[in-house]
Unconditional design. Structure first.
Length: 123
């Protein structure tokens, strides 16, 4: 399920409920420049982990908002005509229907949350 073969996007839920997990283990097991793994399902939403370096394509989600929360590094989030620079501890919600893309000049670790039926590459 990728729009570009350089994206490694895994939509399978890695950890079932009642499972302790360590994000650092998932990060350290990754060797891709653009990695996105669904970690857990929470009600009708999913939490995904992104280990990103480079640019994603512009896209939108017609029916879902999407949360980006930076764990480490710096994320550039292009939303419409604006670019938001997010540092660790900062987040941003992209409203449904809004064209956006993520950019990471250097490695960044991001948590993302959206409804479980979101297509990560866009509608």
């Amino acid at each position: 399920m990728t729009a570009n073969s350089s994206y490694n996007i895994r939509t399978d839920v890695k950890f079932p409920p009642s499972t302790k997990f360590d994000i650092a283990d998932v990060i350290n097991a990754n060797s891709d420049k653009w990695f996105n793994q669904t970690l857990v399902a929470v009600n009708d939403s999913v939490v995904r982990l992104g280990v990103l370096e480079g640019e994603f394509h512009f896209h939108k989600h017609d029916a879902e908002d999407e949360l980006f929360y930076v764990v480490e590094g710096t994320l550039l989030l292009d939303v419409g005509d604006e670019t938001h620079k997010l540092s660790p501890g900062q987040g941003y919600v992209v409203p449904k229907g809004v064209i956006h893309r993520t950019r990471a000049p250097e490695k960044v670790v991001v948590l993302m949350m959206a409804s479980s039926n979101v297509v990560p590459t866009g509608d």
